[in-house]
Ligand binder design. Sequence first.
Ligand SMILES: *Cc1c(COP(=O)(O)O)cnc(C)c1O
Length: 428
Amino acid sequence: MDALQFDRRHLWRPYAGMREPGPVHHVVEAEGVWLTLADGARMIDAMSSWWCAAHGHRHPQIVAAMTAQLNRMPHVMFGGLTHDPAIDLGRRLVAMLPEGLDRIFYSDSGSVAVEVALKMALQAQVARGFPARTAFATVRGGYHGDTWKAMSLCDPDTGMHGQYGRALQIEHFVAAPPIPFDADWDEDPARNGLSEVAQLLQAHGERIAAFILEPVVQGAGGMRFYHPAYLTGLRALCDAHGVLLIFDEIATGFGRTGRMFAMDFVNVVPDILCLGKALTGGHITFAATVAHETVAESISAGSPGVLMHGPTFMANPLACAAASASLDLLQGDDWRETVRRIEAQLQTELAPARSLAGVQDVRVLGAIGVIEMKAPLDTSRVHAFAKTSGVFLRPFGRLLYAMPPYVTRPDELTRITTAMLDIAGWSA
Ligand SMILES: *Cc1c(COP(=O)(O)O)cnc(C)c1O
């Protein structure tokens, strides 16, 4: 059995069955924006491998940090032991996060970071004397991961409710924030989405532990950019009703939107923050849940006074070393200029798609470019086109989008946008 036959027969692929898992490209090497295939063909990773490889693949500084750590100590347990990689990364995160948002729980993936955030919220509420606050609220169009509780908070239509609906606990959903990022903010709560939140919290607030959402950019749930002022109103409503606010910045963190964090578009500090994906520059799986000191204090002062979570690979030194090296690459302001340049080029070069028959909308924010079609894309055709165009794109539903690594050069970015326009053209 050759390699691809074996792969097809024995290896599950993401969101796929084993009968028709769909075509795959066989990658043997990745460097910078380029993926090299087994047959020697090369293509640009326009997805940053699912938002992660912000600095490109195999970045020399990240590889050097990981190699040094690998030669010293790839892993030790975090119970009863600590190490410099965990401490050094913690210092960097505390320095870049808003004051008070500084109690860090390391874990191994984004979904787990979300689970930890939900457990923190629940425990803080119990400790504060609100054991009836066991439900969660969120907006439609969101994505928070594939583990059990996280998936119950994904968009009920584009998420996993269809398959697992009866096994999922029903949570509270309000409409996705209706005002787009670049539209004028409307103070009327009936039109800006906040009256629905207010009604929900009035009716059920006393049973809700926390409200979770992705600030400003809704990623895998629909690639929507909404007005940051929504977060200010939401923060006030949560405070008024004793509901904790969780920001899931797993996709948006570390410069992707043009700000270091999407929450930086407004001065809103969540009670709990989830980080992942680009945290290690996409070099190794890792995530963090950061609690505000007030949340950490509540949990720790309550009974039993401990957060009941502790992954085997918590604070993995190799991942911490990769994350510190990746964050060092975001020192200074160069990345801001880079993301601004990518944003401007995406704006200019994707604009012609607006006049194509099959295109519903074109939108760009930071280093994220989206062409929303009127009908679902032919994903197999897009997949095959990657070989011809030299650009790897992986659309879902009606959404064709790119999140190029920040190291993408202007001519490489033009290849990406050209491929996107081609696809949007023949998908009309
Ligand atoms: C990807 C993602 C997750 C889940 O992260 P995994 O590492 O895949 O478990 C959670 N929330 C958001 C916003 C994401 O984009």
